[in-house]
Design a protein around this ligand. Structure first.
Ligand SMILES: [Fe+2]
Length: 394
């Protein structure tokens, strides 16, 4: 019988690895801890970054009222789109400067938290947000940032990633740097109760993509491996129940933990070709990030597994798939199961339905190969490889 325990010695754990996370406060009712976190970081005049959807939920007034009751001066900026755009970050930064703020509390999904990171970069480093594309370009320490996610998926509350929509070039820009890890992540599963099933599915499949890409990444370590395997085991078995009823406390708590651990894994291991290929599609079609990932992921798994199926054998075991057959057969079955799971939660199965056309593929291919996430993909793709994966996913 095949072992279900990953062979960590064979997975390169003789390398030096670092593991960086914020202070994490997690559990039902954790939002009550936001004022103590803000005060502990020395904030006096803070800006809440949210979006229009969040402002209409109970979570925004709960956080704002608690912060004011704690004696903090609070202003807010909520003009943020689902894929945050560079001009929105410039406008939010102007607001931050005009109100002479000294810290940021982000309440929302990945887009809101990424926009907050963008403001924090500009507050201490100046310039324009798109100048920071790439790795470690923001060198001056950022003002304090508390992140309270209201979706279970992006992992931005614990990650060193900030994704910005470059509307002129119609692509998404990946900004990575250790300075971008928030100071405190406050993960309250109660805040997931107001999610729509559609966003629950998109963000949940994003979290599952993070587990798979972090585990297969060339920058993985034992610490990221254990987080990724725990997260996929939890998320895989909770996502359908959660999408069926985002107010289900048990499923919401499981998905909150899955997204959190997946975030801890991928911020340290980085990602791979799914995210590298997803970002240009998101910029071109303004389609939901998690839905694009879910379409691309089975194709990327098959492409990577043709060279080395072993990470996917471990992941298949973690979600309870049969260990029968060759490693290549198990990896192929895992890719099929990922596609089935995405379909079961109502996500599309082709990029065409998200607005991608065949004549977009040359530009998408060029942009995907330049994305920072491509560097840690376990297989080095040629332009022809990337174009073929896009074509298969159409
Ligand atoms: Fe993602």
């Amino acid at each position: 019988m095949q072992s279900t325990v990953p062979n960590t010695m064979a997975r390169g754990d003789l390398r030096v690895a670092k593991f960086h996370t914020p202070e994490i406060i997690v559990g039902s009712g954790a939002l009550a801890e936001v004022p103590a976190a803000a005060l502990g970081l020395g904030m006096k005049r803070l800006m809440i970054v949210a979006d229009r959807g969040i402002v209409a939920t109970p979570w925004y007034p709960e956080v704002a009222d608690r912060l004011r009751a704690a004696g903090l001066v609070v202003s807010s900026f909520s003009d943020i789109s689902p894929n945050p755009r560079a001009p929105e970050i410039s406008a939010a930064f102007e607001h931050y400067e005009m109100r002479r703020c000294d810290g940021i509390v982000a309440v929302g999904g990945g887009s809101v938290i990424d926009a907050a990171k963008g403001v924090a970069i500009l507050a201490s480093n100046g310039g324009h947000i798109l100048e920071y594309e790439g790795i470690d370009r923001a060198q001056v320490p950022l003002p304090p940032l508390v992140a309270a996610p209201t979706t279970a998926g992006s992992g931005s509350d614990v990650s060193q990633f900030c994704i910005v929509n470059d509307v002129d070039r119609m692509t998404k820009v990946t900004i990575i740097g250790r300075a971008l890890v928030p100071d405190v992540a406050i993960v309250d599963p109660q805040a997931l109760r107001t999610l729509s099933p559609e966003v629950a599915a998109q963000s949940g499949m994003d979290a599952i993509t993070h587990c798979i890409e972090a585990y297969a990444s060339i920058a993985h370590s034992r610490l990221t491996d254990s987080a990724a395997l725990a997260a996929i085991a939890t998320g895989w078995h909770s996502i359908e129940r959660f999408v069926g009823n985002p107010a289900d406390e048990r499923a919401g708590t499981d998905m909150a933990y899955a997204a959190l651990e997946a975030g801890m894994a991928f911020t340290n291991a980085i990602l791979g070709a799914t995210h590298a290929m997803s970002h240009p599609v998101g910029g071109r079609c303004d389609a939901p990030h998690g839905a694009i990932n879910a379409v691309l992921l089975p194709h990327v798994i098959r492409y990577n597994a043709a060279a080395d199926p072993s990470p996917y054998v471990d992941l298949a075991a973690a979600v309870g798939l049969s260990a029968a057959g060759s490693p290549h057969a198990i990896a192929d079955r895992f890719a099929t199961a990922v596609g089935r799971l995405a379909a079961a939660v109502g996500l599309p199965t082709g990029l065409g339905s998200l607005g991608v056309r065949a004549d977009d593929l040359p530009l998408l291919t060029e942009l995907a190969l330049r994305d920072a996430c491509m560097r840690t993909n376990p297989r080095r793709p040629t332009p022809d490889d990337v174009a073929r994966i896009y074509r298969e996913a159409l």
